[in-house]
Design a protein around this ligand. Structure first.
Ligand SMILES: Cc1cc2nc3c(=O)[nH]c(=O)nc-3n(C[C@H](O)[C@H](O)[C@H](O)COP(=O)(O)OP(=O)(O)OC[C@H]3O[C@@H](n4cnc5c(N)ncnc54)[C@H](O)[C@@H]3O)c2cc1C
Length: 327
């Protein structure tokens, strides 16, 4: 690991001042960040550790408007176990957080760090290989190499996958997030946190340098809302998803009134599928309907040489998540 300066701010202004220096990077639990530093794939000159900022960035609390605030430093384990998310409308959050990684990782990994972790691609994450998105290679190595875990949808010139469990759940519930930069707070939709065209060499998120995520905001869910998260993976623990989907549905009299569907682990960003979700509106739940929705969700899939399985498995996961929201 290359030498760096370690900064332990005790207030948000101190963290902001440190984070805006060129070469500085923010650290939450460091599970993703330190991994990349150990690999020498990422070599910041200053590491700004946010973990002492629990009063500003921690916890899960209710906002005055009835929405729930998930602090940037809230852990996946806290989200999975939160009584505030016990209702069916929030199940996607509980399930996504509770299925990620391992108990050890979930006890440390933070909400912001999980959503902002770097995309996965074994070529990108190796310091010995030189690829287009890593900025030091001429082409995307995965497109011609071993791409069994890579994208089948929504990619351009780089086929990395976004691995976050929490991100698709936050998107399915149309959550917002607050950041702080230069003393000013801004609130935006989580959907705006990811680039519309996730091309190689561009940032993987839309935060400005030094911008600190303070919290995520989850709208109060009506009693009739149900949500769910489902994923496929090779191992039951210690593994990332090969395909995943989060969905939210509001029903009235057995008929679906509102629906959202977001895919993950199949594209360089978590991928909302509004056209597929629209097929659900005004319909009664049925496996035949969910089959059509699943086909639509993957209609524009462009599988690579080793990952065609993701289309079929992903469609099964979509059906499963929709059954879970309408049981
Ligand atoms: C064996 C294993 C299996 C795993 N399986 C899964 C899985 O199934 N699903 C899954 O989702 N993840 C999985 N992970 C990844 C793990 O969940 C993430 O590495 C972790 O959530 C990152 O959170 P962190 O707090 O450690 O973030 P860090 O590593 O500290 O930070 C990650 C990134 O977020 C930025 N950042 C952090 N906090 C802020 C903030 N407040 N404002 C702005 N930027 C910030 C950092 O600068 C950095 O770029 C797995 C990891 C391991 C080791």
């Amino acid at each position: 690991m290359k030498e760096f300066t370690y900064v332990l701010p005790r207030s948000l202004p101190e963290a902001e001042a440190a984070a805006k220096k060129p070469g500085a990077t923010l650290k939450a639990a460091g599970i993703d960040l330190v991994d990349r530093m150990k690999e020498r794939q990422f070599q910041p000159t200053e590491v700004v550790n946010l973990l002492l900022l629990q009063p500003d960035l921690g916890g899960i609390t209710a906002d005055a408007d009835g929405s729930m605030r998930i602090g940037a430093l809230a852990t996946l384990a806290q989200i999975a176990a939160s009584k505030d998310f016990a209702a069916e409308g929030y199940a996607a959050l509980r399930e996504a957080a509770g299925e990620a990684a391992t108990p050890q990782v979930r006890n440390r990994a933070t909400a912001a760090g999980n959503v902002l972790q770097q995309a996965r691609c074994w070529y990108l994450r190796s310091s010995e290989l030189h690829c287009l998105h890593g900025k030091d290679g001429p082409s995307c190595l995965a497109q011609v190499g071993d791409n069994r875990y890579h994208s089948v949808l929504g990619y351009h010139d780089c086929v990395r996958v976004h691995p976050s469990n929490l991100a698709p759940a936050l998107l399915a519930l149309d959550c917002e997030y607050t950041t702080q930069l230069a003393g000013k707070q801004q609130r935006r939709r989580v959907a705006d946190l990811f680039p519309l065209e996730p091309k190689a060499q561009l940032e993987e998120h839309t935060l400005l340098p030094g911008e600190i995520v303070i919290a995520f905001h989850v709208k109060a869910q009506p009693k009739s809302a149900r949500s769910a998260y489902r994923e496929s993976r090779e191992k039951l623990s210690f593994d990332w998803a090969t395909t995943a989907a989060a969905a939210r549905v509001v029903m009235d009299g057995g008929v679906i009134q509102e629906a959202s569907l977001v895919l993950a682990a199949v594209a360089p960003v978590p991928l909302p599928r509004p056209d597929a979700a629209k097929l659900l509106i005004g319909q009664k739940p049925s496996d035949e309907l969910f089959h059509r929705v699943a086909l639509r969700a993957f209609a524009d899939a462009r599988p690579l040489s080793h990952n065609a399985y993701k289309v079929q498995v992903g469609q099964a996961i979509v059906r499963e998540v929709l059954h879970a929201t309408t049981r």
